[in-house]
Design a binder for this molecule. Structure first.
Ligand code: NAD
Length: 484
């Protein structure tokens, strides 16, 4: 085993615990990396206790002082970027460049948190003669963040800097498949000077998530993962009267119009569908080809063939994921779709124990096929044909998901038309992965997000705080009126 057995991290200490453990393997080659505890309610209770004890002093500090920790944390992320990226590659399987991009994004997220003192000022107004009303944003208390396997460094940092800089204490429940990065983040937060108890990591799966949803002293829960679990967590957390924001799965359609720039479109679509081995909630997971765009599809296949497993394409997360992804391709082919580029059966010399799927492009997919409707979460691009832009939008909008959509065209008018009509929270125009960067917020619609608002950027301020309104009168000459 490459790394020591993991523990939880509670009140600034490595704390053994759990009702059993799970082996953690590297998707790159199947190597045993570590073992993660599968915790339950007692670990959650201990983390909440630590969080509550530390909260009073932390939340009492002015935000300008709290963010000093995050200036240092951001610089530690930069200092250790190579090491952090290597860990992401090992436990998740993505390429080094992709892993490094994830760490750079974590730095950007932290920079937003450092600027929070500039953006959370409340409001003040003289609401009647001599009477002033003022609002303030206050932290909630102990909050929890539950994260998926596909971004072990970045998705935890969607929530850690903002929630904690705004004065909360946090329990992070990382994916049990990629638990190592979370422990490294805990180390860096401690080195940055975060008081013990303000950031805790509790490992595990369903049992620990349910304990988080049920704990009476956890005020808010954010979740990022599949729609199936996002619904469970949202339902259970809100039934327990907690604030919840849960982000789910996606099926992002890229609508390609005949006037699209051939080379730019081909390279963007290929990168979008294959980046992080297709395991991004913002990946191109279906392309809708409008009219005759065979010249773009040909070029897209040329670009796809340049993407080579083990070189510029990472592994998928597990053997089961590889089998699931290849199963979608085989089923679509059997139903009449045309496999233009076939990534099934990919292996990497020297890493035979790894889980690889090559880039796959499948034409003549119809909307009723499973591969057109479901999230495949692999480097696979089904192409659906539509005679008009309105029929393409209809295909896009029939999806249960509404995370992202994109249009490729050189016509400003058509781009605007699709952007207006597409039923998704994040829209790209000639961009395959339209992630809004800070200060804009990240979040989809429909079955890709449950709750109000978004998880990052300005929108997160609302989620991680509560508003106090203070009405004041000092001068007797203001006299009394109906609201005295
Ligand atoms: P997942 O839903 O299986 O797991 C997410 C978290 O939930 C993990 O921490 C896991 O331990 C926990 N969990 C799993 N099953 C549970 C259960 N039955 N009860 C309670 N908790 C449970 O998701 P994943 O496979 O880790 O991640 C991939 C999914 O995440 C994809 O669907 C992807 O689209 C989605 N995702 C969405 C976004 C977004 O912003 N919308 C971002 C990243 C990933």
């Amino acid at each position: 085993m490459k790394y020591p057995v993991l523990t939880n991290y509670i009140d600034g200490k490595n704390t053994p615990g759990g009702n059993g453990s799970l082996d953690v393997f590297s998707p790159l080659n199947g190597e045993l990396l570590s073992r993660v505890p599968m915790s339950g309610a007692s670990a959650v209770n201990a983390a909440v206790k630590a969080g509550r004890a530390a909260f009073a002093e932390w939340s009492d500090q002015p935000i300008k002082e709290r963010v000093q920790v995050f200036y240092r944390y951001r610089n530690l992320l930069e200092r250790d970027a190579d090491e952090l990226a290597a860990l992401v590659t090992e436990e998740n399987g993505k390429t080094r460049d992709e892993a490094l991009a994830e760490v750079l994004k974590s730095m950007e997220l932290t920079e937003f948190a450092c600027a929070l003192p500039q953006s959370i000022s409340g409001e003040v107004q003289e609401v009647s003669r001599g009477v002033e009303c003022r609002s303030e944003r206050l932290p909630l208390g102990v909050v929890a963040s539950i994260t998926p396997f596909n971004f072990p460094n970045m998705v935890p940092n969607w929530t850690i800097p903002n929630a904690i800089a705004l004065g909360n204490a946090m329990i992070l429940k990382p994916s049990e498949v990629v638990p190592l990065s979370a422990m490294k983040l805990a180390e860096l937060l401690k080195e940055a000077g975060l008081p013990d108890g303000i950031f805790n990591v509790v490992h595990g799966g369903r049992e620990v998530v349910e304990a988080i949803c049920d704990h009476p002293d956890i005020e808010a829960i954010s979740f990022v993962g599949s729609t199936k679990v996002a619904k469970l967590v949202y339902t259970r957390a809100t039934a327990n009267l907690k604030r919840a924001l849960t982000l789910g799965s996606a099926k992002n359609h890229l609508i390609v119009l005949p006037d699209a720039h051939r080379d730019m479109t081909a390279s963007n679509v290929a990168a979008s569908m294959s980046g992080c081995a297709g395991q991004r909630c913002m990946a191109a997971s279906a392309m809708v080809a409008v009219g005759d765009i065979d010249h773009i599809i040909e070029k897209l296949c040329v670009e796809a063939r340049k993407i080579v497993p083990g070189k510029n394409l990472g592994a998928v997360i597990s053997k089961q994921a590889k089998e699931r992804i290849e199963g979608y391709i085989t089923e679509a082919e059997a139903q009449g779709a045309t496999v233009l580029v076939d990534g099934r059966g990919a292996t990497v010399a020297g890493s035979e124990g790894g889980y690889y799927v090559g880039p796959t492009v499948i034409d003549n997919v119809t909307p009723d096929m499973k591969i057109a409707r479901e999230e495949v979460f692999g480097p696979v691009l089904p192409i659906l044909r539509a005679p008009t832009v309105d029929e393409a939008i209809e295909i896009e909008n029939a999806s249960q998901y509404g995370n992202a959509a994109a249009v490729f065209t050189q016509s400003g008018g058509l781009a605007r038309y699709v952007a207006e009509k597409a039923d998704a929270g994040m829209i790209g125009v000639n961009i395959g992965v339209p992630v809004p960067r800070e200060p804009f917020s990240f979040g989809g619609w429909s079955d890709s997000r449950f709750g109000v608002g978004d998880l990052t950027g300005k929108s997160s301020i609302e989620f991680w705080t509560k508003l106090k309104k203070i009405t004041t009168k000092w001068n007797p000459e203001a006299r009394s009126n109906w609201m005295s």
